[in-house]
Ligand binder design. Sequence first.
Ligand code: RIB
Length: 304
Amino acid sequence: MRDKITVIGSLNYDVILKIARLPEMGETFHADDVAFSAGGKGANQAVQAAKLGVPTYMIGCVGKDPNGEILISEAKKYGVNTERIRRVEEPTGMGVVNALQDGSVFAVIVKGANYAVTKEDIDHAEDLLKESAIVILQMEIPQEINMYAIDKAKEAGCKVLLNAAPAAEIPEAYLKKVDILVVNEVEAAFYLHSEVDTVEKAKENALKMSAELGNACIFTLGKEGSVVASAGEVTFIPSKKVDAVESTGAGDSFIGAVGYALIHGMNIVNACEFATGCSAITVCRYGAQPSMPTLEEVNTQSYL
Ligand code: RIB
C-alpha cells in the first residue's frame, strides 16, 4: 500500500513582524518584535506531514544563498526528504508576515527561486509519484508547472490535494481534476466572486462548488473552523478554543495533517477534525514550521 506524500511547491524564508496594528499609507511604524522562520506553503505542509510521521518528499527550488541552506536543513530536521529540492541561481523565496495581536496575519511573498521549478523537476520524480498516495500542491510555483504536476500525479495514480492559495485564476478543468480543493475564506471569495463571511454561506458555497467540480471542497475559516463538502454532504467543524499567538502556517498545518489522516484511513470529515486539532496547536506558538505539532503532541493535548 502506498504510504508516501509528495509535496510539490514553495519554500520561503519568513520574516515575521509582530505589530500592534497595520501601518497607515505613508506611515513608518515600529514592530514590537521580529522572528525568522522557515516557511513557504509547500515546505510548511511537508513539514507538518513529516512531523506526524508520514514519509514525506518535497519537490521545489531554493537559491544557492544562506537562506536556501537554512530552509533545506530545517525541512530535513523535521523529517522531510529534501533530495529533490534543487538549488538555483535565483534568490530563495521570502515571506514577510505581519502578525497582529489577535493572531491574524497579512503576508507578502517574494517568488524568487520558487518560480524556477520546471516540468523536468516533475518528470524526474515519476518514480516517486508512482509510490506516493497523495500529492499536495499550492499556488506559489508557476501555474503551468502546477497543471503539469496535476496531470502527472493523476497519471501516476495519486490522490491530488490542491491548496489554491494564493488565489489566482486557474482553468476549471484543472480544479475538476484534483480530488480535494482547500481554500480559506478569502480565497473562496475570489473563486466564487462573492463574500464567504458566515459559516452558513461557507457551507452553501462549499457544497455547490463540490457538486460542480465533482470533488471534495474544504473551506478553512480561521478561528471559526472549517467546512468540508463531499459527495452531496457538508459538515461544519468548529475550531478548538485556544489562546492563539500567531497563525502563520495554521492552514498549512491543517493540510499536512489532512494528508496524514487520509493515509491512515480516515474519511475526509474525520481527517478535517484531526487536522483542526493540529492547527489549534500550531497557532499557540510562533512561526510556521517550528510551531507544528508531532503526533505525540497531538495525542497528549487534553483539550483536543
Ligand atoms: O501559509 C503561510 C506561508 O505562506 C508562509 O510561511 C509564507 O512563506 C507564505 O508562503
